[in-house]
Design a binder for this molecule. Structure first.
Ligand code: PA5
Length: 425
């Protein structure tokens, strides 16, 4: 379950926060906005009903998983960050798979740095590797060049491409689709109505997750719970709308930077995914919210000083996981030491993390810095599904509030064109 606590906004100077009634001032817009969202005919909240594709993903993973020791995702932007978020959020932090599973390791290669490619080759065995090439357009220079490189390598080793590649791409056209048809490579579709950053709950995010043995049905059922909220015309029930309105009202008060700061190592992938979602969806027509990705408690010693006493232009969105399966008590073998007195109550790392977050929250509130908390009861498949849907829904509503098209990315496409032209010179 996910909840939103924005009471700190009422405790600070209203110039920088929100009075109790302010968020509800926009509630009459909600029914109209839901209609507008429907009129865009976007798939991000309907893809989870596509049981045929979900079954195809499951059948493929069942017959495939045991054959490989490494799964390599080749993709960039929205074609990589959804799977990164799910794998980081649900797998072992150092093994890229579930702690107890014999599943292959999943690595996401979303850059063209030759050192990254070279180091990856040090740890994979080609004959036991499956490359999942993800590109909606099928022509993104970074992804296609990665594919060509690894395809050449597998060709040199006389490996059959249909056993070592899977493509996730446009349902009708593009270089990847043509290649798949020619070489009998398995292909999954990215629905036409789904932009990359909104595709985490399609094969783009779900196939890599399932290959890492994550239960994708549970992710989908969490996403469906939040989808019902997203389409609910009652302001108090509609968490994505509430979040969007808070972000928007504070944007109007000059808070044009939003910091997402989870107090959970496993949510770093979610922050990275959200950074793209917010930036690429809303950064248009001279408008937009600049996203910052932060991590508690780590960034209390890196950025918190700025948030507390620098320009008052940010909304801090904390994320807090209430229950974790792992509990570790901090030993205190030196009870007589004055410097370690703060440990005399037998505290756990879990408590320490909570206390650190509350301390950051108190200091920010005292300094009139707007901050809210997204509360997650526990980090599991369902709550990650809920989180993805909550942020996608809120971003769609922010598009309406800011009057920009949240679903295109002309600036990104323009740069892709320039790259290709420069290579021809
Ligand atoms: O969100 C988006 O649409 C973009 O970030 C794309 O995902 C990114 O540019 C990669 O494009 P493609 O999937 O066509 O390779």
């Amino acid at each position: 379950m996910i909840d939103l606590d924005y009471t700190n906004l009422h405790k600070i100077n209203p110039k920088h926060g929100l009075s109790e009634n302010e968020p509800e001032s926009k509630n009459e817009l909600l029914p109209k906005f839901i209609e507008k969202v429907h009129s865009h005919e976007q798939g991000f909240y309907t893809n989870i009903d596509d049981s045929k594709t979900i079954q195809k993903i499951q059948d493929f993973a069942k017959t495939t998983r045991a054959k490989y020791s490494s799964i390599i995702i080749l993709g960039i932007g929205g074609s990589a960050l959804g799977s990164k978020c799910l794998i980081q959020g649900l797998c072992h932090l150092f093994q890229n798979k579930l702690k107890t599973s014999s599943a292959p390791n999943v690595h996401i290669i979303d850059n063209i740095d030759p050192v990254l490619i070279n180091n990856l080759e040090d740890i994979i065995e080609y004959s036991k590797t499956l490359f999942i090439v993800i590109s909606k357009s099928g022509s993104t220079p970074e992804t296609i060049t990665q594919y060509l490189y690894f395809r050449q390598k597998t060709n040199d080793k006389k490996l059959n491409p249909k056993n070592h590649f899977v493509f996730i791409t446009d349902p009708e056209k593009g270089f990847l689709r043509e290649t798949a048809e020619k070489d009998c490579i398995t292909i999954f579709n990215i629905p036409k109505n789904t932009a990359g950053r909104f595709s985490a709950l399609t094969a783009v995010g779900l196939l890599p997750a399932l290959l890492a043995e994550i239960d994708i049905n549970r992710i989908i059922s969490g996403a469906k719970i939040m989808r019902d909220k997203f389409l609910n015309e009652n302001f108090n029930e509609n968490l994505p709308f509430k979040l969007a309105v808070i972000q928007y009202l504070l944007y109007e008060k000059g808070k044009n930077i939003d910091v997402l700061m989870p107090y959970s190592q496993k949510l770093t992938g979610l922050s990275e995914w959200y950074r793209q979602l917010l930036a690429e969806s809303l950064g248009k027509k001279g408008k937009g919210i600049t996203p910052i990705r932060a991590l508690g408690a780590t960034d209390q010693h890196s950025q918190l000083q700025l948030y507390n006493e620098g320009p008052n232009d940010k909304l801090i969105i904390f994320m807090e996981v209430e229950k974790t399966d792992t509990e570790i008590t901090i030993p205190n073998p030196f009870p007589e030491k004055k410097e370690l007195k703060f440990l005399e109550k037998n505290i756990t790392f879990n408590n320490l993390m909570k206390i650190e977050k509350v301390a950051a929250e108190i200091s920010l509130t005292k300094n009139d810095r707007p901050n809210i908390t997204i509360k997650v009861d526990s980090l599991k498949e369902e709550t990650l599904g809920e989180s993805l849907m909550m942020f996608m829904g809120a971003t769609a509503f922010l598009g309406e509030l800011l009057q920009v098209n949240a679903f295109n990315q002309p600036g990104v496409e323009h740069t892709k064109k320039i790259i290709k032209q420069s290579l021809l010179k």
